[in-house]
Design a protein around this ligand. Structure first.
Ligand code: KIV
Length: 303
């Protein structure tokens, strides 16, 4: 395996981006300054390192991990242990980005005591800087409880995938006036409870713009239009690695599937036709040992 390491004293992340750790106050300042937050999900060491070095401001170990990496049907099955395992890998890679970990379904639903214990694990054992939970006003007390326990919380409203069964599938939310008002109230309740940022997923642009204008904390949109304070995408959507049609809101920046498929087919052919490995890709005995071997077994070596 070929492994390289961060150069000692590496001074920058993306070209021209100083390696200053993104913190909670830095995210708040970005909102104040009108600097858009570029966020992305990531789930493992190499892709997190690439995202971090590209200057992504916030990396989320989303529970979308369940579907895009682990092959589950939805996000409900993923466990705390799986989230911890992947968050640790991401934390080992990330130098600059603000690191958020999703609390998986069931890890904050039974009691606030459970929720605090699980959130602390993601921060203390895995290295997250904040946790994200889904839900609006009904989660406000829990957000307050976690915040009181020194756990920074990112909220998540609109299309909340952990509610797939109660929503009857993955549908855009907030399209009626009542739903518009409810989501506006949800965002306010989360902010009042101490949420440090709010993910707005799958809601009309006009609603996201209103929430963003009224909110004192950054909004981070996915399928919520361009007026949010930040944007987040799922890593595997960006690179066409989901084996399913992309949602309307998503943007494919490169065809990773075609890239990998081409390289894999080439590798398979090279092995089958003995083009790989070449002599240059092989190790050799030292000259002296070769000479000794030749002297000892001239015929065996020729064979
Ligand atoms: O799990 C996830 O990837 C998310 C994003 C869609 C925000 O929650």
């Amino acid at each position: 395996m070929s492994v390289t390491h961060f150069p000692a004293g590496a001074g920058s992340s993306a070209v021209g981006t100083p390696l200053t750790k993104v913190t909670m106050p830095a995210l708040a300042e970005m909102k104040r300054q009108g600097t858009t937050i570029a966020a992305l999900t990531a789930y493992d060491y190499p892709t997190s390192r690439l995202a971090d070095e590209a200057g992504i401001d916030l990396i989320l170990v989303g529970d979308s991990l369940a579907m895009v990496v682990l092959g589950y049907e939805n996000t409900l099955s993923i466990t705390m242990d799986e989230m911890l395992h992947h968050t640790r890998a991401v934390a080992r890679a990330v130098r600059r980005a603000f690191l958020v970990a999703d609390m998986p379904y069931g890890s904050y639903h039974a009691s606030s005591r459970d929720a605090v214990r699980n959130a602390v694990r993601l921060i203390k054992e895995a290295g997250a800087q904040a946790v994200k939970i889904e839900g609006g006003s009904s989660r406000a007390r829990l957000v307050q409880r976690l915040t009181d326990a020194e756990i920074p919380v990112v909220g998540h409203i609109g299309l909340t995938p952990q509610s797939v069964h109660s929503m009857g599938g993955y549908h855009v939310q907030g399209r009626s006036l009542e739903a518009f008002d409810r989501l506006l109230a949800d965002a306010r309740a989360l902010e009042d409870a101490g949420a440090i940022a709010i993910v707005l997923e799958g809601i009309p642009r006009e609603l996201a713009a209103t929430i963003t204008a009224q909110s004192g904390v950054p909004t981070i949109g996915i399928g919520a239009g361009p007026e949010c304070d930040g944007q987040i995408l799922v890593f595997h959507d960006l690179f066409n690695l989901t084996f399913s049609p992309t949602a309307k809101f998503s943007h494919q920046y490169a065809d990773g599937a075609a890239f990998f498929a081409g390289a894999l087919a080439q590798y398979r052919d090279d092995v089958a036709t003995h083009r790989f490995p070449s002599d240059a890709e092989s190790y050799h005995l030292p000259r002296r040992v070769m000479a000794e071997l030749e002297a000892a077994q001239p015929r065996a070596r020729k064979a």
